[in-house]
Each structure stands twice: as structure tokens, then as C-alpha cells.
Design a binder for this molecule. Sequence first.
Ligand code: ADP
Length: 261
Amino acid sequence: NDMQESQDRLQARLGRIKHKTAVLSGKGGVGKSTVAVNLAMALREAGNKVGLLDVDIHGPSVPTMLGVEGKLLDGNADGLLPIDCDGLKVMSVGFLLTNQDDAVIWRGPRKMGVIEQFLKDVVWGDLDYLIIDSPPGTGDEPLSVCQLIGSLDGAVIVTTPQKVAAVDVRKSITFCRQLDVPVLGVVENMNGFVCPKCGEITHILSSGGGAKIASDMKVPFLGSLPIDPRVAVAGDSGTPFVRHHAESATAEIMRDIMQPI
Ligand code: ADP
């Protein structure tokens, strides 16, 4: 029947992808997409076959961060073709919006349907890694991602250093545990501002929250990324930071995230 066929198709696609990792966050604006894009690009630069799936339905920023917004999707008999960004295979909800300013107003089942379609009908081919930029929070969409894939190798949780953000990290970790998704660890973003003139770090937001919460919750701490104006410029200009800063601490943290799997 149809449902069985759909399941088989999904499994056939996923079976050709060695590692599947979701990037999660408790709330928006913490740098989840930035981490997802740079993680995918760092793995690509290291010679892997990598796909990046952006299912952040309400704020698909991956196309902008990779300079491919407004691209039209093409397909063949086998399905939808991902957009190629310097060897990185990219698919985003953003490609489905005809107008950049369109808002997505979809109910739960429709969102779930789109996520399923992206996994099932996109010609990912053989991949070493599929990085999934999931919507923030612990609602329907991250749930769909975890359930549909079933065999996620792990989740990377992105947070900022403040105490208020800590509550969200706990929720994200509990969410993963309930769904049997291994937590690869916590990345703390925007910990301190590096003065471009003198290099001194100013802790604008309170610091150290990410490491503490990782230790409290017994998950790995993957590192802190400072606020770096170059990261924001890179994101806006469509060239991920790690592409031209392979030697930076940020690139090193990105490469290390996948070490355990
Ligand atoms: P999220 O996916 O969690 O909503 P984004 O990755 O879209 O967050 O980041 C929000 C904004 O902050 C973007 O404009 C991005 O370029 C910027 N940003 C993220 N991380 C950093 C950083 N470490 N330094 C400077 N700007 C950053």
C-alpha cells in the first residue's frame, strides 16, 4: 500500500546516508543555523560527502547563509535535486517559498509532511553526513525530525551563555533522551566579544553557562564560540565563516563535533 511504499522509499534514501545529525536549540536566534551551516561546510572541506537539510520552517536562513536564496528547485524521475553549494548538497524550506518575504503558515500535519518529503523525495545519493537544521524548541517539528529519521546518530544543542537559556538546554536534552537520540554535546555560542582591534574578550552576556549545564546534565561540552563580527558578515554574505578560516578555533570546534561518531 501507499504508506508502506512511502516508508520503503524513506528507508532506501536514509540507508545511503552514513551519519545523520540534527542541530537543535531551545530558542531562536542563538546561532543554530550558523552552527549547522559551518558544521556542514567544515565536514565538506575535510573531504566528506555532506548534505544540509534546513527544516527551520519559520526562519529558513540556510539559503542566505550559503548565498543561494531564490534558487529554483529542479527534479528528475528519482526526485527533487538538492542545490549544490561548492560540493555541499543543500535543501531548504526556503526554496519552496516563491517570495522571500512569504511567511509559512502551515498546520502541524503539513509541516510534518514537508519534512518527510525532504527526507524521502530528495535525491541525496550517498552521503557521509546529513546535517539537519531543525526549528528551535521541543515542538512538532523537531519531534518529526527525530521520529522520521529514527536512526539519528546524535544531536548537537546550541545555546547562549545566559542563565535563562539554560532552562531551554535542559529541555532540549530531556527531549533527546525521551526520544533515544544521543546528545553529541552542547555548543555555547556568543560567549564573549572579541575586540577586533586589541583581541581582548569582553563577556557581554554572563559566561560559562554552557559548560556548567553540560556537566550538570552529563553531556559533552563541545566548546564556546565568541561573538565575532566576521561570523555575522560571513552569514549575510553567503560564504560560511569556516570556508576561509579553516585554522580558526571555530573551524576546529566544528570538525571535532563529529569525532565520536
Ligand atoms: P538561529 O538559527 O538560532 O535562529 P542564526 O544562526 O540565524 O540563529 O544566528 C542569528 C544571527 O546571529 C545571524 O545573523 C548570525 O549571523 C549571527 N551570529 C550567530 N552566531 C554568531 C557569532 N558567533 N558571532 C557573530 N554573529 C553571530
